[in-house]
Design a protein around this ligand. Structure first.
Ligand code: TLP
Length: 350
């Protein structure tokens, strides 16, 4: 049985064209800066997001960790959203490995962190306080329903942070989804931040990798930190080739994933027993099971997930809320799969 896999956009398989590009890649030792394909990926990504330089890393988690450890030291503080991926899903790495102290501020529904709350959280100089070094933003915002940050938010956040001597890091795991949805270049959405991490292995469909971008000076520091966390790779051009292929072939098509997500959401709205948490802005659809409406007082998201699996559809419960789950559209989800997934959902709730 072929599963319609809506668990994440991380599940995509490399296409035949991508595999060919990987097989053909010219490679060298990247720790010596000698891998031409890695170098080209780093330059291409940096240029696309309007930065001076890039650094190929193994994952989004590694990219965010390297960024935080490059901006802040032990005992320093970073402000981030309470629903930030870096806060919730990265194993507490910045604190665990770098001693960087997180100050989470409740995210607004649109993925922003209210700037008055940020301003209040920034520490004064005082012998009791850690030094607030960093503000972390996320665009699109995963746990805020794949929301695209309002266009004027990032520049305003940067202005505030920079005026207080802080750096700004942007978790842009899905920055190209944000750009596609906003109809603006990725570089515009990253303007003003000091570093941005973009994932190649989410909607862009590469099997591995992210690129951390920033100034040449910042990337010099980040390269040492990447080595420290064991992320110096050697003939990584075979992986970078997949990323370059993705940038060339899989950026424009992100709009298709967003259309599919909207169609999935419209279908969900018409099914009694499930409700959208918010209309999807990009490729992430968050929904909630309502046991009263579903006609089964005991059903929760884990049950629904099991019932869907039996019908060929994979979707993950959130875990943090018993009734919520997420469905994600991507490269390997076809338009017809949306109809099939909706049929499965109807059948599962009957
Ligand atoms: N997110 C994954 C899971 O970890 C939840 C997913 O399926 O959505 N930033 C953001 C905004 C992300 O959504 C993710 C992955 C990461 C960073 C980390 O990327 P990886 O998985 O490459 O370490």
């Amino acid at each position: 049985m072929r599963f319609i896999d809506l668990r994440s956009d991380t599940v995509t398989q490399p296409t035949d064209g991508m595999r060919e590009a990987m097989a053909r890649a010219v490679v060298g030792d990247d720790v010596y800066d000698e891998d031409p394909t890695v170098n080209r990926l780093q330059e291409t990504m940096a240029q696309q997001v309007g930065m001076e330089a890039g650094l190929f890393v193994a994952s989004g988690t590694m990219g965010n960790l390297v960024a935080v450890l490059s901006h802040a030291g032990r005992g320093d503080e970073m402000i981030l959203g309470s629903l930030a991926h870096t806060y919730l899903y990265e194993v507490g790495a910045a604190a665990g490995l770098g001693g960087v102290h997180p100050w989470p501020i409740p995210n607004a529904a649109d993925g922003t962190i209210p700037l008055d709350a940020v301003a209040t959280a920034i520490r004064d100089v005082n012998v009791h306080f850690p030094t607030t070094r960093l503000l972390c933003l996320e665009n699109t915002h995963n746990r805020c329903g794949g929301a695209v940050l309002p266009l004027d938010y990032t520049p305003a956040a940067c202005k505030l942070a920079h005026a207080r001597g802080m750096a700004v890091h942007l978790d842009g795991a899905r920055l190209f989804n944000a750009a596609a949805a906003a109809g603006r270049p990725a570089a515009e959405l990253a303007r003003g931040v000091d570093s941005v991490m973009i994932c190649l292995s989410k909607g862009l469909g590469a099997p591995v990798g992210s690129v951390l971008c920033g100034s040449r000076e910042f990337i010099g520091v980040a390269k040492r930190v990447r080595k420290m966390v064991g992320g110096g790779m050697r003939q990584a051009g075979v992986l970078a080739a997949a990323g370059l292929y993705a940038l060339e072939h899989h950026v424009e098509r992100l709009a298709v994933d967003h259309d599919n997500a909207r169609r999935l959401a419209a279908g969900i709205e018409a099914i009694p027993g499930v409700a959208l948490l918010s209309p999807p802005a990009t490729n992430l659809v968050y929904l909630e099971v309502d046991p009263a409406q579903a006609g089964d007082p005991s059903i929760d998201a884990a049950d629904l997930s099991t019932r869907l699996k039996a019908r060929g559809v994979l979707a993950n419960p959130l875990g943090s809320n018993r009734y919520q789950m997420r469905m994600v559209t991507h490269l390997d989800v076809r338009s017809a799969d949306i109809d099939q997934a909706l049929d499965a959902l109807r059948a599962a709730l009957r």
